[in-house]
Design a protein around this ligand. Structure first.
Ligand code: WTA
Length: 655
């Protein structure tokens, strides 16, 4: 990031005065408490934030490191913590979800109703034979039913795996097979930006691809009433639920019981099933929702993330509900019916805490140019108190626009750094305690011991860029990669650090004076497209699986003003290098192919053809060189080993 970011923003006095963590000294005290008695600190919070069925007596169990356990002899139920306990405390009439559909229709659900409907669905799942420990895949749109589906799984101890509705049949199939799911929850169609997109039909295709024999039934939520092809194993959600009682005894599970798997991209061609716990995960989801967003009982919280991503897990389904909060759940997209939709939703529902992605902010800044009436100044956004961002670095210019134009210069902008694997925020400002610097995610959340180290694991002095690690296991961390403990160890607790540190996969640098962290980007082959993780290897394997056309492919990222990074693919075709219209036609066929293999989010922005790919003498693709080419930068690498230097010129042309 080349923009200057010398400005700093003190927490507003009014925010400090009322904050859960009030003032820098309060933050420092929490950090000190965690340093002096690490396990005691987390145990204190675990008792405060979670209603345990059987209280735990142990904190951290590191006997099988790096397969850490937390609160292992305690039992709980996550859905009990998110629903029942609020109703029991007299909060049943409080609004839990304000659902705003794509077409603007609004549905409110209070805690009593959400509990009753979740129980019905949970009973229906049990009636379908789903038991504790079984995996259930959820391929549903954003909405009340999606949240309920996750809560219903949690209620009966089934481990859910939500697959984002933009993933293809092939991707869905791979996840169903890897998880060994016994049941799939889906909808007839989803509505986004005024368009109907099939979901059930994609589930049908996924199951028809084979390898999903573990699936015994499919439950379909009727969202649009669109036509569906009915299979013998299909059931309507409303029919199954209607037949069930509105109470359902929760399954009390051990703290380490896997609440969910969530597939995410890594540096191989195969996505990994990140496995999370119940107790430790819920603790951090609830705790960070409260402290990072300084959430109070009368707030109206809105996290725009889809339940298909980890942000939608921690900050839509679990964190806010564990706190008994009121939140907006939004089905649509930021630009429909126009680019003022977010501001309209905030105005309509009096949103006080708003959490979104830098890509969305950047695209709305851009959209204002063509649609000046969508500028935030045309909306009443005075309800806002706190603004948050997540998923990728936020450039200082977008940060300032968000702060000034959306937050009226009154609301702290909280740049939260975390990952699917971390379960919740790990480096983030706290609104009433942290002085903000645009472009920096500032300091570790109290209890997270983060550091910047060199390749041998030695801590680097501030001011020196290096590798981001977490030095101690924390309650909400990833527990395993589903079915692949070896890959878990290698990816996150590598030998280079003697298996001692959690390796985040990002680079970071700390400010010489403040110690603030700035994330410098992934250190592996993972790209971040509009805040969505995508492995270059996954896209490469999708391309080469088009065996009719493709001989070889390499994928790299290049910076993009709006989406953060853009996917750039270098392809060698079996037929030789195409030109002109032929090249354009093949490029568009390959884009569609990738969309079919992975999903539309993985479509390469640029496709470049060459007779072969630039390789080192030992046959390794020269990715650094390809990165320069993708950025249209002059090539500075040594190319004397290139067999065919003419390909550099060929690679210059993008389709
Ligand atoms: C990136 C999303 C800079 C980072 C919650 C990380 C960020 C990856 C930030 C995880 C941030 C996330 N600043 N980079 N505030 N937040 N990232 O698993 O590269 O989808 O490793 O989790 O997003 O993406 P994931």
């Amino acid at each position: 990031m080349s923009e200057r970011n010398s400005d700093i923003y003190e927490p507003p006095a009014a925010v400090v005065a009322a904050a859960h963590v009030s003032g820098r000294a309060a933050y420092d005290r929490l950090v000190a408490e965690a340093e002096t008695d690490y396990e005691g600190y987390w145990a204190r919070l675990a008792r405060e934030f979670i209603s345990w069925h059987k209280p735990f007596t142990e904190g951290l169990d590191a006997s099988d490191a790096p397969f850490f356990k937390w609160f292992a002899d305690g039992t709980l139920n996550v859905s009990y913590n998110c629903l029942d306990r609020h109703v029991e405390a007299g909060q049943g009439e409080k609004t839990a979800l304000i659902f705003e559909a794509d077409d603007g229709q609004i549905t409110r659900v209070n805690y009593r109703e959400l509990l009753a409907r979740t129980c019905r669905l949970a009973n229906a799942l049990r009636a379908q034979g789903v038991r504790k420990g079984n995996r259930v895949v959820i391929y549903m749109p954003m909405g009340i039913e999606g949240v309920m589906a996750m809560q219903a799984c949690a209620r009966i101890g089934a481990t859910h795996s939500v697959v984002f509705g933009g993933f293809s049949a092939q991707s869905l199939r791979d996840r169903i097979e890897d998880a060994g799911a016994v049941l799939v929850l889906t909808a007839d169609e989803q509505l986004r930006g005024g368009k109907r997109l099939p979901l059930k039909a994609i589930v049908d295709q996924a199951l028809a691809l084979g390898g999903c024999e573990s699936v015994r039934s499919v439950i379909v939520y009727q969202r649009t009433g669109g036509a569906v092809d009915w299979q013998p194993h299909d059931h309507w959600l409303h029919e199954l639920s209607a037949a069930q009682p509105t109470t359902c005894e929760p399954e009390w599970v051990e703290a380490e019981h896997p609440l969910f798997l969530l597939y995410t991209s890594g540096s191989t061609g195969k996505p990994k099933g990140v496995q999370h716990s119940s107790g430790g995960y819920l603790l951090h989801a609830a705790l960070t929702t409260k402290w990072t967003f300084d959430l109070k009982p009368d707030d109206v919280f809105w996290c725009t993330a889809d339940i298909g991503w980890v942000t939608g897990h921690s900050y839509v389904t679990y964190g806010p509900l564990a706190l008994g909060a009121t939140e907006v759940v939004f089905e649509g997209v930021p630009t429909y019916p126009d680019a003022g939709r977010f501001w309209e939703v905030i105005q309509r529902h009096g949103v006080t805490v708003f959490y979104t992605a830098p890509t969305a902010i950047r695209s709305l800044i851009k959209a204002v140019e063509g649609q000046p009436q969508t500028h935030p100044r045309h909306y009443d956004l005075t309800s806002l108190r706190i603004l948050g961002t997540v998923g990728e670095p936020i450039n200082p210019a977008a940060w300032r626009w968000y702060h000034e134009q959306v937050g009226g210069s009154r609301c702290p902008v909280i740049d939260t750094f975390w990952q699917t694997e971390t379960g919740g925020h790990i480096i983030t400002p706290l609104p009433g305690a942290t002085t903000l610097v645009p472009g920096s995610c500032t300091l570790p959340f109290p209890g997270i011991i983060a550091a910047v180290v060199d390749e041998s694991g030695k801590e680097l002095p501030h001011g020196h860029g290096g590798i981001l690690v977490v030095k101690k296991p924390w309650p909400s961390m990833i527990r395993n990669i589903w079915g692949d403990p070896e890959r878990f160890k290698k990816s996150y607790y590598p030998d280079e650090f003697n298996g001692q540190y959690y390796l985040a996969g990002d680079g970071a640098v700390r400010d010489a004076t403040t110690g603030y962290f700035t994330i410098t980007g992934r250190i592996d082959d993972v790209l971040n497209i509009s805040g969505h993780r995508m492995g270059t290897m996954e896209i490469e394997s999708a391309l080469v699986s088009c065996t009719e056309l493709v001989a070889e492919a390499a994928v790299v990222g290049r910076p993009d003003e709006t989406t953060g990074e853009a996917i750039c693919a270098f392809v060698v075709l079996k037929q030789g290098r195409p030109e002109g219209d032929d090249a354009k036609a093949i490029a568009s066929r390959l884009r569609e192919w990738v969309a079919k293999e992975i999903g539309p989010i993985a479509k390469p922005r640029d496709i470049r053809f060459a007779d072969n790919l630039p390789k080192t003498r030992s046959g390794k693709i020269m990715r650094r060189l390809l990165r320069s080419v993708a950025r249209n930068e002059p090539v500075t690498q040594d190319i004397s080993t290139l067999e065919n230097p003419a390909i550099l010129e060929q690679l210059g042309q993008a389709y």
